[in-house]
Design a protein around this ligand. Structure first.
Ligand code: CA
Length: 705
C-alpha cells in the first residue's frame, strides 16, 4: 500500500498525462464515460457514479473484497482536508480513480483516489451573506456526473456544470429568483440527459419546485411546481389545479412551501422520477390554509415523467402538515414480495415517523408502520395509508409536546437497502419538542438585497421550545428495518442524536459514521459491531465503496454541522476537537496514521475598552441574537461547526470591527455586515461577546466536557 502510494505521487508530479496512460482500463475514462447506459446499469462496475449509488438509490454494493471476515483489517489510506468550516453532508462520487465531492459553501473537489491528492478545486463563489438564508448550515450533499461534466447546486441557487478534467465551469444556470430566500443543499441527479435540481427555503417562505436542465447546454427543459400558486395567475398544470382545491385562504403570499431539497430516485423500467416534497410555508396549517385541507403536494412523494416533469401520481405522507414533517427523506426503489407476488415498490422513512412501502407504478399504499416513537398520530388507515391524527397534536396557542420533533424521526441522512438481507438500514432519532402557534403572526417578506431579512426572522408561524421527555439527551439509533414485515430486526443505540448515513454490501456489512466521529462496520444480519475507527470529526454523510486498480476502498466524507450540528457539540471524543471536514478513505491493510484535528482553543476574554454597563450588554445581546446567534449559537458559545466566540483569539478581538464590517474573513465564511450593522452596534455586540466569554473563563465548570 505504501509503495503504491509513493509511485502514484511520483506519476502525478511528473505529468498529468501519466494518469491517463494506464492501459486496458476503460474506467480510466472516468466521468467522460458516464452516459445513460452506464447510469442505468444498477451496479456500476466498481465505481460510485450517483448520489444514491444508482438510480434506485439503494446504496447497495456487490463488491466482495471486504467481508465480515476481514473488515477488521480496514485501515486508513489517506484523508483529505476540505479547509473550510461548515457541515459536510456529501456522498462523494468516484469514476476512473477520481473522486468528486462537494464540501461547505458548495465548493467542489476532485481528488486522486490513488494518492488522496487534490486534482482541482472549484469554489463557485457563493456570497457568504447567503449563509443567513441557509436554515440548516452551508452544507451540500454532493455532485452529479454525466458525459465528462460534474454538476453542483449552490447555496445561492445556481446550478453549475464543471469540466470533470479541469474543474473549469462549462455552463451555469440560475435556478431561483435570488431576491427570494431560496437555497440549494441537495445533490443534482441526471436522468435521460437532464440535470434535475430542487431547492429549499420553506422555513422562510417560498414556493417549491423542481427544474430540469439539458446537461449539455444548461438550457431549462422543464420546471414542475410542488404546490399551486395564486389561482388568479392561472395554473401551470391540471395537477396543480387539482392541488389548489386542497388549499384555502391566500396561501400563495407566503409561498406555500413544499420544497424538494433532497430526495430523488428513478425507475427506468417504469420511466418514473420520484420526488420527495417538504413542509409548508408557514409551518402552521391554521395560518397557511385557514379553511383546512390537505395542502397538496406538501409532504408527499410525487412521481413524474423525467422527460417532461409531467405529474403521474402522488402519495401524501402528512396531509395538512403542521409539524415540519417533510417527505424529503431518501426514497429507495426496490422489489418486495407481497401476497406471493413481486411488487416494484418505493420505500421511505419520512420525518413523520412512519415507514412507507408504496407501489412504484401507481403510488398505491401497500403498508406502513411507525419506525420510531410518535405521538402526533394514532396510526395509519390500513387501506389508504392516511394518518389518524391525535386530536391534541393539532395544537393552536397551547404549548403541546410533539414527537418526532422538527428534525424528524429520520432526516436527509441516507438509508441503504440490502438485497440479500432484505433490510433497510436507517439512521433514526427520537426527539421531543413543545410547540405553540404565534399569536398575531404575519408573513414577513425576506430579501437579502434590500436587507429586509432582519434579526432572527423566519416564517414558521410557530414557536418551539426543546424539551426532553425524561430529562435525557435525545437518542439516535441505527435500525435494520424489514420493509416486508414492517418491523425492526435489530437496532443499535448511538452516542447521540445526529449521525451519518449508511451503505451496505452483498458481503453482509453495513457502514455508518456517527456524530461522535467513529466510523463503524456492522454485521448486516445481526447488528454486531465488526470494526470501528475514530476520526474525531462528526460524520453525517453517506459512505461509499468502489474499486481502483483492483483494490476495494471505502470512503466517507466527515464534517460535523448541519441542522443539529451547526452550533451544538458533537458527541464523545469528537467534542475535544475543532470540527473542520475531511474525506477519509480506507482499504484492507491501510496503514496511514489518523490525523488528529486541532484541539479546541481555551476560553479567552481580553481586557478591552468596551462598555460593560447593563443597558449596553442588553442591547448588544439583542443585536447578537438577531444577527449572529444563528451561526455562532446562543451567547456566541457554539460548540458545533461554527466558531465559538468565547474561544476567539486576541487577533480576532483586535480585528473585530474589520471582520464584521469589512468582511476580512469572507473567504472563510464570515460575511460582511456592512449596511446591516453600524460601527456602534458592532461595538455593543463585541461587548456582549466579551462579557459572556468572561463568564465562560471564570465558570466553575471550566472546559466543556
Ligand atoms: Ca423544514
Amino acid at each position: 500500500m505504501r509503495f503504491h502510494y509513493l509511485v502514484a505521487v511520483f506519476l502525478i508530479a511528473i505529468s498529468a498525462c501519466e494518469m491517463q496512460s494506464t492501459p486496458e482500463d476503460v474506467r480510466l475514462e472516468g466521468a467522460s464515460a458516464v452516459d445513460d447506459a452506464v447510469l442505468e446499469s444498477a451496479t456500476p462496475d466498481g465505481d460510485w457514479l450517483t448520489y444514491g449509488g444508482n438510480y434506485a438509490e439503494d446504496r447497495y454494493s456487490t463488491l466482495e473484497q471486504i467481508t465480515k471476515g476481514n473488515v477488521d483489517q480496514l485501515g486508513l489510506v489517506w484523508s483529505y482536508d476540505f479547509e473550510l468550516r461548515g457541515g459536510v453532508e456529501a456522498t462523494p462520487l468516484v469514476a476512473g480513480g477520481v473522486m468528486y465531492t462537494s464540501g461547505p459553501w458548495s465548493v467542489v473537489h476532485a481528488i486522486d483516489v490513488r494518492t488522496g491528492e487534490r486534482i482541482w478545486r472549484h469554489d463557485p463563489g457563493v456570497p457568504r451573506i447567503r449563509g443567513r438564508l441557509a436554515c440548516c448550515d452551508v452544507v451540500n450533499r454532493g455532485v452529479a456526473m454525466y458525459e465528462g461534466k460534474i454538476f453542483v447546486g449552490t447555496i445561492d441557487g445556481r446550478l453549475v456544470a464543471l469540466d470533470a478534467d479541469t474543474g473549469e465551469p462549462v455552463w451555469e444556470a440560475l435556478t431561483v429568483n435570488q431576491d427570494e430566500p431560496y437555497s440549494i443543499t441537495g445533490a443534482p441527479r441526471v436522468v435521460q440527459g437532464l440535470v434535475v435540481i430542487g431547492n429549499g427555503g420553506a422555513e422562510y417562505g417560498v414556493r417549491g419546485y423542481v427544474s430540469a436542465y439539458d446537461a449539455r447546454s444548461g438550457e431549462l427543459v422543464w420546471r414542475t411546481y410542488t404546490v399551486p400558486g395564486n389561482p388568479a395567475d392561472g395554473f401551470e398544470s391540471e395537477a396543480l389545479e387539482m392541488a389548489a382545491e386542497t388549499w384555502s385562504g391566500e396561501w400563495w403570499i407566503a409561498g406555500g412551501g413544499g420544497t424538494a431539497w433532497d430526495a430523488f430516485a428513478y425507475d427506468p423500467t417504469l420511466d418514473l422520477l420520484y420526488i420527495g416534497t417538504g413542509n409548508g410555508s408557514p409551518w402552521s396549517r391554521n395560518l397557511r390554509s385557514p379553511g383546512g385541507g390537505d395542502n397538496l403536494f406538501l409532504a408527499s412523494i410525487l412521481a413524474v415523467r423525467p422527460a417532461t416533469g409531467e405529474y403521474v401520481w402522488h402519495f401524501q405522507t402528512t396531509p395538512g402538515d403542521h409539524w415540519d414533517y417533510t417527505a424529503v427523506q431518501p426514497i429507495t426503489v426496490g422489489s418486495i414480495e407481497f401476497d406471493g407476488q413481486m411488487r416494484r415498490v418505493v420505500m421511505q422513512a419520512p420525518k413523520n415517523g412512519f415507514f412507507y412501502v408504496l407501489d412504484a407504478e401507481t403510488g398505491e399504499f401497500l403498508s406502513g408502520q411507525p419506525y420510531i416513537t410518535l405521538n402526533w398520530a394514532e396510526g395509519l388507515d390500513l387501506e389508504t395509508g392516511r394518518p389518524v391524527e391525535a386530536v391534541e397534536a393539532v395544537h393552536g396557542f397551547d404549548w403541546t409536546m410533539i414527537t418526532p420533533a422538527a428534525l424528524g424521526g429520520h432526516n436527509w441522512q441516507p438509508q441503504s437497502f440490502n438485497h440479500k438481507t432484505g433490510l433497510m438500514y436507517i439512521p433514526i432519532q427520537e426527539g421531543w419538542v413543545e410547540r405553540s402557534e404565534i399569536e398575531g403572526w404575519e408573513y414577513t417578506e425576506l430579501n437579502i438585497e434590500d436587507h429586509s431579512y432582519g434579526p432572527a426572522v423566519n416564517n414558521l408561524g410557530h414557536m418551539s421550545r426543546a424539551r426532553s421527555y425524561d430529562g435525557q439527551e435525545a437518542p439516535g439509533y441505527l435500525v435494520a428495518w424489514d420493509p416486508k414485515a414492517q418491523e425492526a430486526r435489530w437496532s443499535v443505540q448511538l452516542a447521540g442524536y445526529w449521525n451519518g448515513g449508511t451503505m451496505t454490501t452483498s458481503t453482509g456489512l453495513v457502514f455508518q459514521g456517527g456524530g461522535d466521529g467513529r466510523f463503524v462496520a456492522y454485521d448486516a444480519d445481526t447488528g454486531e459491531q465488526l470494526w470501528e475507527t475514530a476520526t474525531n470529526i462528526g460524520i453525517l454523510g453517506g459512505p461509499i465503496t468502489y474499486t481502483v486498480d483492483g483494490q476495494q476502498y471505502v470512503s466517507v466524507a466527515a464534517g460535523w454541522g448541519g441542522a443539529r450540528g451547526r452550533t451544538r457539540a458533537p458527541y464523545g471524543e469528537a467534542n475535544k476537537y475543532e470540527q473542520k471536514g475531511r474525506v477519509f478513505t480506507f482499504a484492507l491493510n491501510g496503514t496511514a496514521p489518523m490525523p488528529l484535528p486541532r484541539t479546541k482553543r481555551p476560553f479567552f476574554a481580553p481586557d478591552l475598552d468596551l462598555p460593560t454597563d447593563e443597558a449596553s450588554l442588553v442591547q448588544g445581546g439583542e443585536l447578537f441574537s438577531g444577527y449572529c446567534a444563528n451561526c455562532h449559537g446562543a451567547q456566541g458559545a457554539s460548540e458545533g461547526a461554527m466558531p465559538n466566540l468565547h474561544r476567539a483569539t486576541a487577533v480576532v478581538h483586535r480585528n473585530f470591527e474589520n471582520i464584521v464590517l469589512e468582511g476580512t474573513r469572507e473567504v472563510e465564511g464570515m460575511p460582511s455586515y456592512e449596511g446591516l450593522l453600524n460601527s456602534d452596534q458592532v461595538r455593543l455586540i463585541h461587548a456582549y461577546i466579551v462579557a459572556n466569554a468572561r463568564n465562560s473563563v471564570t465558570s466553575p465548570e471550566g472546559e466543556p466536557e
